[in-house]
Design a protein around this ligand. Structure first.
Ligand SMILES: [Zn+2]
Ligand SMILES: [Zn+2]
Length: 540
Protein backbone atom coordinates (compact mmCIF):
# COMPACT_ATOMS: atom_id res chain seq x y z
CA UNK A 1 0.00 0.00 0.00
CA UNK A 2 1.26 3.50 -0.70
CA UNK A 3 1.90 5.85 2.16
CA UNK A 4 0.82 9.42 2.64
CA UNK A 5 3.01 11.70 4.72
CA UNK A 6 1.31 14.84 5.96
CA UNK A 7 3.27 17.74 7.41
CA UNK A 8 2.38 20.99 9.12
CA UNK A 9 5.15 23.59 9.30
CA UNK A 10 7.39 22.86 12.29
CA UNK A 11 6.33 25.26 15.06
CA UNK A 12 8.99 27.56 16.50
CA UNK A 13 9.49 26.68 20.17
CA UNK A 14 9.58 30.29 21.36
CA UNK A 15 6.13 30.15 22.93
CA UNK A 16 2.83 28.29 22.88
CA UNK A 17 0.74 28.01 19.71
CA UNK A 18 -1.97 30.64 19.49
CA UNK A 19 -5.32 29.98 17.89
CA UNK A 20 -4.09 31.65 14.69
CA UNK A 21 -1.55 28.83 14.40
CA UNK A 22 -4.14 26.20 15.25
CA UNK A 23 -6.61 27.58 12.69
CA UNK A 24 -3.86 27.36 10.10
CA UNK A 25 -1.86 24.29 9.15
CA UNK A 26 -2.18 22.29 12.38
CA UNK A 27 -5.95 21.74 12.40
CA UNK A 28 -6.18 21.36 8.62
CA UNK A 29 -3.46 18.70 8.56
CA UNK A 30 -5.20 16.86 11.38
CA UNK A 31 -8.61 16.89 9.67
CA UNK A 32 -7.07 15.65 6.44
CA UNK A 33 -5.07 12.93 8.23
CA UNK A 34 -8.12 11.72 10.15
CA UNK A 35 -10.14 11.54 6.95
CA UNK A 36 -7.45 9.57 5.14
CA UNK A 37 -7.12 7.20 8.10
CA UNK A 38 -10.82 6.36 8.27
CA UNK A 39 -10.92 5.86 4.53
CA UNK A 40 -8.35 3.10 4.93
CA UNK A 41 -5.11 4.86 3.97
CA UNK A 42 -1.72 4.45 5.48
CA UNK A 43 -1.02 7.99 6.59
CA UNK A 44 1.26 9.67 9.11
CA UNK A 45 1.13 13.26 10.40
CA UNK A 46 4.60 14.66 10.91
CA UNK A 47 5.93 17.85 12.36
CA UNK A 48 8.73 18.82 14.74
CA UNK A 49 9.99 21.61 16.96
CA UNK A 50 11.82 24.09 14.75
CA UNK A 51 14.53 24.30 17.39
CA UNK A 52 17.22 25.92 15.26
CA UNK A 53 15.06 28.91 14.29
CA UNK A 54 16.66 32.33 14.73
CA UNK A 55 13.48 33.32 16.61
CA UNK A 56 14.51 30.92 19.36
CA UNK A 57 17.84 32.70 19.74
CA UNK A 58 16.32 36.19 19.75
CA UNK A 59 13.46 35.32 22.12
CA UNK A 60 15.87 33.67 24.57
CA UNK A 61 18.13 36.68 24.30
CA UNK A 62 15.30 39.14 24.93
CA UNK A 63 13.98 37.14 27.86
CA UNK A 64 17.48 36.50 29.20
CA UNK A 65 16.86 32.77 29.44
CA UNK A 66 18.82 29.74 28.33
CA UNK A 67 17.75 28.92 24.75
CA UNK A 68 18.10 25.16 25.22
CA UNK A 69 15.90 25.20 28.28
CA UNK A 70 13.42 27.41 26.46
CA UNK A 71 13.30 25.00 23.52
CA UNK A 72 12.60 22.06 25.79
CA UNK A 73 9.89 23.86 27.77
CA UNK A 74 8.14 25.26 24.74
CA UNK A 75 8.21 22.01 22.82
CA UNK A 76 6.45 20.44 25.79
CA UNK A 77 3.92 23.27 25.82
CA UNK A 78 3.30 23.01 22.07
CA UNK A 79 2.85 19.26 22.25
CA UNK A 80 0.46 19.58 25.13
CA UNK A 81 -1.58 22.21 23.25
CA UNK A 82 -1.74 20.03 20.16
CA UNK A 83 -2.97 17.21 22.36
CA UNK A 84 -5.59 19.42 24.04
CA UNK A 85 -6.81 20.44 20.59
CA UNK A 86 -7.04 16.75 19.69
CA UNK A 87 -4.50 17.35 16.94
CA UNK A 88 -3.08 13.91 16.61
CA UNK A 89 0.52 14.17 15.42
CA UNK A 90 2.11 10.78 14.73
CA UNK A 91 5.72 11.94 14.71
CA UNK A 92 7.03 14.98 16.61
CA UNK A 93 10.78 15.16 17.08
CA UNK A 94 13.18 17.67 18.55
CA UNK A 95 16.17 18.50 16.34
CA UNK A 96 18.22 20.14 19.10
CA UNK A 97 21.03 17.72 20.01
CA UNK A 98 19.29 15.04 17.91
CA UNK A 99 22.15 13.30 16.10
CA UNK A 100 19.95 11.39 13.67
CA UNK A 101 18.31 14.59 12.51
CA UNK A 102 21.55 16.57 12.43
CA UNK A 103 23.50 13.89 10.54
CA UNK A 104 20.74 13.48 7.98
CA UNK A 105 20.65 17.23 7.33
CA UNK A 106 24.44 17.39 7.12
CA UNK A 107 24.58 14.46 4.69
CA UNK A 108 22.05 16.21 2.45
CA UNK A 109 23.91 19.51 2.72
CA UNK A 110 27.37 17.99 2.11
CA UNK A 111 26.12 16.04 -0.86
CA UNK A 112 24.94 19.24 -2.49
CA UNK A 113 28.21 20.93 -1.57
CA UNK A 114 30.33 18.06 -2.94
CA UNK A 115 28.32 18.00 -6.16
CA UNK A 116 29.14 21.68 -6.60
CA UNK A 117 25.52 22.76 -6.20
CA UNK A 118 26.28 25.43 -3.62
CA UNK A 119 28.13 28.64 -4.49
CA UNK A 120 30.73 30.31 -2.35
CA UNK A 121 30.02 34.04 -2.31
CA UNK A 122 31.12 37.10 -0.41
CA UNK A 123 28.24 39.34 0.51
CA UNK A 124 27.31 42.29 2.63
CA UNK A 125 25.55 41.50 5.88
CA UNK A 126 24.04 43.78 8.52
CA UNK A 127 25.97 43.80 11.76
CA UNK A 128 25.20 45.13 15.23
CA UNK A 129 28.36 46.59 16.75
CA UNK A 130 26.80 46.73 20.18
CA UNK A 131 25.56 43.11 20.30
CA UNK A 132 28.46 41.86 18.15
CA UNK A 133 25.96 39.91 16.07
CA UNK A 134 25.30 39.42 12.38
CA UNK A 135 21.73 40.42 11.72
CA UNK A 136 19.44 38.24 9.63
CA UNK A 137 15.91 36.85 10.00
CA UNK A 138 14.56 37.64 13.48
CA UNK A 139 17.71 39.53 14.51
CA UNK A 140 16.72 42.44 12.29
CA UNK A 141 13.59 44.38 11.44
CA UNK A 142 12.83 47.16 9.01
CA UNK A 143 10.46 48.03 6.18
CA UNK A 144 9.99 45.44 3.44
CA UNK A 145 11.59 46.73 0.22
CA UNK A 146 8.64 45.34 -1.78
CA UNK A 147 5.47 46.12 0.20
CA UNK A 148 6.80 48.61 2.81
CA UNK A 149 5.25 46.64 5.70
CA UNK A 150 7.21 46.00 8.88
CA UNK A 151 9.32 43.00 8.06
CA UNK A 152 11.94 40.74 9.55
CA UNK A 153 15.10 39.91 7.67
CA UNK A 154 14.92 37.45 4.77
CA UNK A 155 11.15 37.04 4.77
CA UNK A 156 8.30 39.52 4.81
CA UNK A 157 5.29 37.88 6.48
CA UNK A 158 2.96 40.46 4.96
CA UNK A 159 3.71 39.82 1.29
CA UNK A 160 5.54 36.49 1.49
CA UNK A 161 8.53 37.81 -0.51
CA UNK A 162 12.02 36.91 0.56
CA UNK A 163 14.36 39.83 0.97
CA UNK A 164 18.04 40.46 1.43
CA UNK A 165 18.19 42.11 4.89
CA UNK A 166 20.66 44.59 3.45
CA UNK A 167 17.77 46.04 1.42
CA UNK A 168 15.42 46.56 4.37
CA UNK A 169 14.54 50.21 4.87
CA UNK A 170 15.28 51.69 8.32
CA UNK A 171 16.74 48.44 9.67
CA UNK A 172 17.41 47.99 13.38
CA UNK A 173 18.77 45.26 15.63
CA UNK A 174 15.83 43.57 17.38
CA UNK A 175 17.88 42.92 20.49
CA UNK A 176 19.25 46.40 21.28
CA UNK A 177 17.36 48.51 18.70
CA UNK A 178 20.65 49.96 17.36
CA UNK A 179 21.06 50.89 13.73
CA UNK A 180 23.29 48.26 12.16
CA UNK A 181 26.48 48.73 10.21
CA UNK A 182 27.48 46.67 7.19
CA UNK A 183 30.08 43.91 7.20
CA UNK A 184 30.96 41.22 4.76
CA UNK A 185 30.89 37.47 5.07
CA UNK A 186 31.71 34.60 2.76
CA UNK A 187 29.02 31.97 2.88
CA UNK A 188 27.46 29.21 0.81
CA UNK A 189 24.53 30.10 -1.42
CA UNK A 190 22.05 28.06 -3.38
CA UNK A 191 21.47 29.33 -6.95
CA UNK A 192 17.74 28.68 -7.29
CA UNK A 193 17.76 30.31 -10.74
CA UNK A 194 19.40 27.14 -12.09
CA UNK A 195 16.18 25.18 -11.46
CA UNK A 196 13.65 27.59 -12.94
CA UNK A 197 12.66 25.37 -15.86
CA UNK A 198 12.11 22.38 -13.66
CA UNK A 199 10.21 24.48 -11.14
CA UNK A 200 8.02 25.87 -13.88
CA UNK A 201 7.25 22.39 -15.13
CA UNK A 202 6.48 21.23 -11.60
CA UNK A 203 4.10 24.14 -10.92
CA UNK A 204 2.28 23.59 -14.20
CA UNK A 205 1.41 20.05 -13.20
CA UNK A 206 0.02 20.87 -9.72
CA UNK A 207 -3.69 20.19 -9.47
CA UNK A 208 -4.35 20.74 -5.77
CA UNK A 209 -2.34 23.84 -4.90
CA UNK A 210 -4.60 26.79 -4.25
CA UNK A 211 -4.59 29.36 -7.08
CA UNK A 212 -2.80 32.03 -5.02
CA UNK A 213 0.11 29.70 -4.42
CA UNK A 214 0.48 28.83 -8.09
CA UNK A 215 0.40 32.53 -9.01
CA UNK A 216 2.90 33.37 -6.28
CA UNK A 217 5.31 30.70 -7.53
CA UNK A 218 4.95 31.71 -11.15
CA UNK A 219 5.71 35.31 -10.25
CA UNK A 220 8.78 34.25 -8.28
CA UNK A 221 10.25 32.33 -11.19
CA UNK A 222 9.33 35.04 -13.70
CA UNK A 223 11.93 37.25 -12.03
CA UNK A 224 15.56 36.81 -11.11
CA UNK A 225 15.73 34.81 -7.87
CA UNK A 226 18.59 35.94 -5.63
CA UNK A 227 20.99 33.16 -4.62
CA UNK A 228 19.65 31.82 -1.35
CA UNK A 229 21.92 31.89 1.74
CA UNK A 230 22.32 28.32 2.96
CA UNK A 231 24.77 29.30 5.68
CA UNK A 232 24.83 32.24 8.10
CA UNK A 233 27.51 33.43 10.50
CA UNK A 234 25.76 32.56 13.76
CA UNK A 235 26.10 30.20 16.68
CA UNK A 236 22.45 29.05 16.79
CA UNK A 237 21.75 26.17 14.42
CA UNK A 238 23.56 23.17 12.95
CA UNK A 239 27.27 24.09 12.59
CA UNK A 240 28.72 23.90 9.08
CA UNK A 241 31.46 21.22 9.07
CA UNK A 242 33.47 22.72 6.19
CA UNK A 243 36.79 24.49 6.60
CA UNK A 244 36.39 28.21 6.03
CA UNK A 245 32.73 28.21 7.12
CA UNK A 246 33.06 26.87 10.63
CA UNK A 247 31.79 30.10 12.17
CA UNK A 248 28.50 29.47 10.38
CA UNK A 249 25.32 27.43 10.74
CA UNK A 250 22.91 25.95 8.23
CA UNK A 251 19.91 28.10 7.37
CA UNK A 252 16.95 26.63 9.23
CA UNK A 253 14.61 26.85 6.22
CA UNK A 254 17.09 24.84 4.21
CA UNK A 255 17.33 22.36 7.10
CA UNK A 256 13.56 21.80 7.00
CA UNK A 257 13.29 19.71 3.85
CA UNK A 258 15.91 17.08 4.79
CA UNK A 259 14.57 17.37 8.35
CA UNK A 260 11.14 16.21 7.17
CA UNK A 261 12.69 13.46 5.02
CA UNK A 262 14.53 12.16 8.08
CA UNK A 263 11.26 11.86 9.99
CA UNK A 264 9.65 10.09 7.05
CA UNK A 265 12.56 7.65 6.71
CA UNK A 266 12.57 6.92 10.44
CA UNK A 267 8.80 6.38 10.48
CA UNK A 268 9.00 4.10 7.46
CA UNK A 269 11.82 2.05 8.97
CA UNK A 270 9.90 1.74 12.22
CA UNK A 271 6.73 0.68 10.43
CA UNK A 272 8.13 -1.75 7.86
CA UNK A 273 11.50 -2.74 9.27
CA UNK A 274 13.21 -1.80 5.99
CA UNK A 275 14.70 1.38 4.57
CA UNK A 276 12.49 3.55 2.41
CA UNK A 277 13.73 3.07 -1.16
CA UNK A 278 10.92 3.32 -3.68
CA UNK A 279 10.13 7.00 -3.52
CA UNK A 280 7.30 6.81 -6.03
CA UNK A 281 5.14 4.92 -3.62
CA UNK A 282 4.83 7.79 -1.18
CA UNK A 283 2.93 11.03 -1.31
CA UNK A 284 3.93 14.19 0.51
CA UNK A 285 1.13 16.55 1.53
CA UNK A 286 2.14 19.80 3.21
CA UNK A 287 0.02 22.30 5.12
CA UNK A 288 1.46 25.76 5.74
CA UNK A 289 0.77 29.43 6.22
CA UNK A 290 0.95 31.39 2.98
CA UNK A 291 3.87 33.42 4.35
CA UNK A 292 5.99 30.25 4.24
CA UNK A 293 5.15 29.51 0.61
CA UNK A 294 8.58 30.40 -0.70
CA UNK A 295 10.32 27.81 1.45
CA UNK A 296 8.18 24.78 0.70
CA UNK A 297 7.23 25.49 -2.87
CA UNK A 298 10.44 27.07 -4.18
CA UNK A 299 13.45 26.40 -1.93
CA UNK A 300 12.60 22.82 -0.92
CA UNK A 301 11.51 21.79 -4.39
CA UNK A 302 14.65 23.27 -5.96
CA UNK A 303 16.87 21.53 -3.40
CA UNK A 304 15.12 18.24 -4.18
CA UNK A 305 15.93 18.80 -7.87
CA UNK A 306 19.53 19.68 -7.01
CA UNK A 307 20.20 16.50 -5.03
CA UNK A 308 19.19 14.46 -8.13
CA UNK A 309 17.88 11.50 -6.19
CA UNK A 310 14.33 11.58 -7.40
CA UNK A 311 13.43 12.55 -3.84
CA UNK A 312 9.92 12.97 -2.51
CA UNK A 313 8.44 16.31 -3.65
CA UNK A 314 5.60 18.25 -2.02
CA UNK A 315 3.06 17.01 -4.50
CA UNK A 316 0.27 18.70 -2.59
CA UNK A 317 0.59 21.96 -0.68
CA UNK A 318 -2.39 23.51 1.08
CA UNK A 319 -1.79 27.09 2.20
CA UNK A 320 -3.82 29.29 4.50
CA UNK A 321 -3.92 33.02 5.14
CA UNK A 322 -3.64 34.91 8.39
CA UNK A 323 -6.27 34.54 11.03
CA UNK A 324 -6.91 37.88 12.71
CA UNK A 325 -7.87 38.48 16.31
CA UNK A 326 -10.43 41.29 16.61
CA UNK A 327 -9.41 42.48 13.13
CA UNK A 328 -5.71 42.75 14.00
CA UNK A 329 -2.82 40.41 13.37
CA UNK A 330 -1.90 38.05 16.17
CA UNK A 331 1.24 39.33 17.81
CA UNK A 332 3.24 37.43 20.38
CA UNK A 333 5.38 40.42 21.29
CA UNK A 334 2.41 42.77 21.76
CA UNK A 335 0.49 40.10 23.67
CA UNK A 336 -2.31 40.29 21.09
CA UNK A 337 -3.05 36.59 21.04
CA UNK A 338 -5.21 33.87 22.53
CA UNK A 339 -2.98 30.98 23.50
CA UNK A 340 -4.10 27.50 22.58
CA UNK A 341 -3.17 25.94 25.91
CA UNK A 342 -5.00 28.63 27.92
CA UNK A 343 -8.17 28.59 25.85
CA UNK A 344 -8.38 24.82 25.70
CA UNK A 345 -8.43 24.63 29.49
CA UNK A 346 -11.91 26.14 29.28
CA UNK A 347 -13.16 25.27 25.84
CA UNK A 348 -13.75 21.70 24.64
CA UNK A 349 -11.57 21.02 21.63
CA UNK A 350 -14.46 20.11 19.32
CA UNK A 351 -16.20 23.44 19.90
CA UNK A 352 -13.03 25.29 19.00
CA UNK A 353 -12.24 23.03 16.05
CA UNK A 354 -15.70 23.53 14.60
CA UNK A 355 -15.55 27.31 14.95
CA UNK A 356 -12.02 27.50 13.52
CA UNK A 357 -13.30 25.46 10.58
CA UNK A 358 -16.34 27.68 9.99
CA UNK A 359 -14.15 30.79 10.01
CA UNK A 360 -11.07 29.26 8.41
CA UNK A 361 -8.70 31.65 6.57
CA UNK A 362 -8.48 29.51 3.47
CA UNK A 363 -8.42 31.95 0.61
CA UNK A 364 -8.17 35.25 2.46
CA UNK A 365 -7.63 36.46 5.97
CA UNK A 366 -10.52 35.94 8.36
CA UNK A 367 -11.27 37.07 11.86
CA UNK A 368 -11.66 35.50 15.29
CA UNK A 369 -13.79 37.43 17.74
CA UNK A 370 -14.63 36.04 21.12
CA UNK A 371 -18.20 37.28 21.05
CA UNK A 372 -18.86 35.70 17.69
CA UNK A 373 -17.29 32.48 18.89
CA UNK A 374 -19.58 32.38 21.94
CA UNK A 375 -22.70 33.23 19.95
CA UNK A 376 -22.01 30.78 17.15
CA UNK A 377 -21.08 28.12 19.62
CA UNK A 378 -24.22 28.60 21.73
CA UNK A 379 -26.42 28.36 18.67
CA UNK A 380 -24.76 25.33 17.19
CA UNK A 381 -24.30 23.26 20.34
CA UNK A 382 -27.90 23.92 21.39
CA UNK A 383 -29.27 22.95 18.01
CA UNK A 384 -27.21 19.79 17.76
CA UNK A 385 -27.62 18.71 21.35
CA UNK A 386 -31.37 19.35 21.45
CA UNK A 387 -31.92 17.27 18.35
CA UNK A 388 -29.88 14.30 19.49
CA UNK A 389 -31.43 14.38 22.95
CA UNK A 390 -34.88 14.52 21.42
CA UNK A 391 -34.12 11.40 19.42
CA UNK A 392 -32.78 9.64 22.52
CA UNK A 393 -35.94 10.59 24.41
CA UNK A 394 -38.05 9.08 21.65
CA UNK A 395 -36.09 5.83 21.82
CA UNK A 396 -36.29 5.73 25.61
CA UNK A 397 -39.95 6.62 25.77
CA UNK A 398 -41.38 4.71 22.82
CA UNK A 399 -38.89 1.86 22.31
CA UNK A 400 -37.74 1.08 25.85
CA UNK A 401 -34.29 2.43 25.06
CA UNK A 402 -33.55 -0.07 22.27
CA UNK A 403 -32.92 1.39 18.83
CA UNK A 404 -35.25 -0.07 16.17
CA UNK A 405 -33.16 -1.15 13.22
CA UNK A 406 -35.16 -3.70 11.28
CA UNK A 407 -36.17 -1.13 8.73
CA UNK A 408 -34.89 -0.43 5.27
CA UNK A 409 -33.50 2.99 4.65
CA UNK A 410 -35.94 5.38 3.00
CA UNK A 411 -34.80 7.00 -0.24
CA UNK A 412 -35.09 10.44 1.34
CA UNK A 413 -32.59 9.58 4.06
CA UNK A 414 -30.29 7.66 1.77
CA UNK A 415 -30.16 10.45 -0.78
CA UNK A 416 -29.40 12.98 1.94
CA UNK A 417 -26.61 10.79 3.29
CA UNK A 418 -25.30 10.15 -0.19
CA UNK A 419 -25.20 13.83 -1.12
CA UNK A 420 -23.45 14.82 2.11
CA UNK A 421 -20.99 11.97 1.78
CA UNK A 422 -20.05 13.01 -1.74
CA UNK A 423 -19.56 16.63 -0.76
CA UNK A 424 -17.52 15.80 2.31
CA UNK A 425 -15.33 13.47 0.29
CA UNK A 426 -14.43 16.51 -1.80
CA UNK A 427 -13.94 18.95 1.08
CA UNK A 428 -11.95 16.55 3.28
CA UNK A 429 -9.73 15.52 0.39
CA UNK A 430 -7.19 17.49 -1.59
CA UNK A 431 -8.95 18.41 -4.81
CA UNK A 432 -11.24 20.82 -2.99
CA UNK A 433 -9.94 20.70 0.55
CA UNK A 434 -11.93 23.17 2.63
CA UNK A 435 -12.62 23.20 6.34
CA UNK A 436 -15.16 25.97 5.79
CA UNK A 437 -17.15 24.06 3.22
CA UNK A 438 -16.94 20.85 5.24
CA UNK A 439 -18.23 22.53 8.40
CA UNK A 440 -21.04 24.29 6.50
CA UNK A 441 -21.94 20.94 4.96
CA UNK A 442 -22.21 19.42 8.44
CA UNK A 443 -24.41 22.31 9.57
CA UNK A 444 -26.66 21.79 6.56
CA UNK A 445 -26.87 18.10 7.15
CA UNK A 446 -27.83 18.65 10.78
CA UNK A 447 -30.59 21.06 9.75
CA UNK A 448 -31.96 18.40 7.42
CA UNK A 449 -32.02 15.87 10.26
CA UNK A 450 -34.00 18.35 12.36
CA UNK A 451 -36.51 18.86 9.54
CA UNK A 452 -36.80 15.14 9.04
CA UNK A 453 -37.45 14.55 12.72
CA UNK A 454 -40.03 17.32 12.93
CA UNK A 455 -41.87 16.67 9.70
CA UNK A 456 -41.59 12.98 8.94
CA UNK A 457 -41.04 11.24 12.24
CA UNK A 458 -42.84 12.86 15.14
CA UNK A 459 -46.21 13.41 13.39
CA UNK A 460 -46.26 9.73 12.43
CA UNK A 461 -46.48 8.61 16.04
CA UNK A 462 -50.19 9.27 16.29
CA UNK A 463 -50.90 7.77 12.86
CA UNK A 464 -49.22 4.42 12.39
CA UNK A 465 -46.98 2.30 14.62
CA UNK A 466 -45.16 0.47 11.84
CA UNK A 467 -44.44 3.59 9.82
CA UNK A 468 -43.42 5.44 12.97
CA UNK A 469 -40.89 2.74 13.82
CA UNK A 470 -39.52 2.83 10.29
CA UNK A 471 -39.14 6.60 10.38
CA UNK A 472 -37.34 6.47 13.72
CA UNK A 473 -34.96 3.89 12.28
CA UNK A 474 -34.30 6.32 9.46
CA UNK A 475 -33.21 8.95 11.95
CA UNK A 476 -30.84 6.33 13.32
CA UNK A 477 -29.36 6.00 9.83
CA UNK A 478 -28.96 9.75 9.63
CA UNK A 479 -27.34 10.02 13.06
CA UNK A 480 -25.05 7.07 12.50
CA UNK A 481 -23.86 8.76 9.32
CA UNK A 482 -23.45 12.02 11.25
CA UNK A 483 -21.15 10.31 13.73
CA UNK A 484 -18.87 9.26 10.87
CA UNK A 485 -19.16 12.54 8.93
CA UNK A 486 -18.10 14.63 11.92
CA UNK A 487 -15.09 12.53 12.90
CA UNK A 488 -12.39 14.52 11.04
CA UNK A 489 -13.46 17.89 12.50
CA UNK A 490 -15.10 16.86 15.79
CA UNK A 491 -13.59 13.53 16.82
CA UNK A 492 -14.80 13.67 20.43
CA UNK A 493 -18.39 14.41 19.48
CA UNK A 494 -18.25 11.76 16.78
CA UNK A 495 -17.26 9.02 19.20
CA UNK A 496 -19.67 10.20 21.86
CA UNK A 497 -22.55 10.07 19.41
CA UNK A 498 -21.48 6.63 18.26
CA UNK A 499 -21.44 5.42 21.87
CA UNK A 500 -24.88 6.88 22.52
CA UNK A 501 -26.21 4.98 19.55
CA UNK A 502 -25.00 1.89 21.34
CA UNK A 503 -22.32 1.21 18.72
CA UNK A 504 -18.64 0.71 19.33
CA UNK A 505 -16.51 3.70 18.39
CA UNK A 506 -13.25 1.79 18.35
CA UNK A 507 -13.16 1.01 14.66
CA UNK A 508 -14.70 4.02 13.01
CA UNK A 509 -14.57 3.76 9.23
CA UNK A 510 -15.98 5.90 6.45
CA UNK A 511 -17.56 2.94 4.68
CA UNK A 512 -19.66 2.03 7.73
CA UNK A 513 -21.85 5.08 7.19
CA UNK A 514 -24.93 3.05 6.25
CA UNK A 515 -24.38 0.36 8.82
CA UNK A 516 -26.72 0.62 11.80
CA UNK A 517 -26.54 -3.08 12.61
CA UNK A 518 -24.20 -2.44 15.53
CA UNK A 519 -26.48 0.20 17.04
CA UNK A 520 -28.26 -1.03 20.11
CA UNK A 521 -29.21 0.60 23.37
CA UNK A 522 -29.17 4.40 23.50
CA UNK A 523 -26.87 6.05 25.98
CA UNK A 524 -27.64 8.83 28.39
CA UNK A 525 -24.72 11.23 28.09
CA UNK A 526 -26.90 14.25 27.26
CA UNK A 527 -24.04 16.73 26.99
CA UNK A 528 -22.52 16.14 23.60
CA UNK A 529 -20.48 19.28 23.83
CA UNK A 530 -19.75 19.29 27.50
CA UNK A 531 -20.61 22.41 29.43
CA UNK A 532 -17.87 24.93 29.68
CA UNK A 533 -17.44 27.90 31.89
CA UNK A 534 -15.57 30.31 29.66
CA UNK A 535 -18.23 32.99 30.07
CA UNK A 536 -18.01 33.06 33.82
CA UNK A 537 -14.24 32.93 33.71
CA UNK A 538 -14.10 35.70 31.22
CA UNK A 539 -16.47 37.87 33.21
CA UNK A 540 -14.64 37.32 36.47
ZN1 LIG B 1 6.60 42.69 2.01
ZN1 LIG C 1 22.08 44.93 18.81
Amino acid sequence: MSEIYVTATPPTPNGDLHIGHLAGPYLAADVYTRFKKITGNNVAYITYGDDHQSYVATTANNKKIDPEEMVENNNNIVRSTLKSANIDVDVYKNPLGNNKHINYVLTFFLELYNKGKLKKKTKDILYCDKCKLNLYESFVKGKCPYCKSDSSGNLCEACGQINDPINLEQPFCTICKSIPTIKQYTGLFFPINDYKDKLNHFYSSRTTWRPQLIEFCKQIIAKDIPDYPVTYPSNWGIPVPIEGFKDQVINVWFEMYPGILESIDAHYLHQYGIRRENKHKQTLVQFLGFDNSFFNSVLHVASAFAIEKDELLPEHIITNYFYLLDKEKFSTSKGHAIWGGELLKDVPSDNLRFYLSLTNPEHMQTNFSFDDFLQTNDKFTKKWEDTINRYIEVINHDFKGIIPKNAAIHYQSSSLIQRTKKNLEKFYDLEQFSLRKASFELEDYMSSIIDYLEEKVLPMKAKDDVLYTQQVANVTYLLKALSVFTYPIMPTFSKKLMRNLGASSSNLLWNTIYDISTCDEVGNEKEFFYAWNIKTRRGS
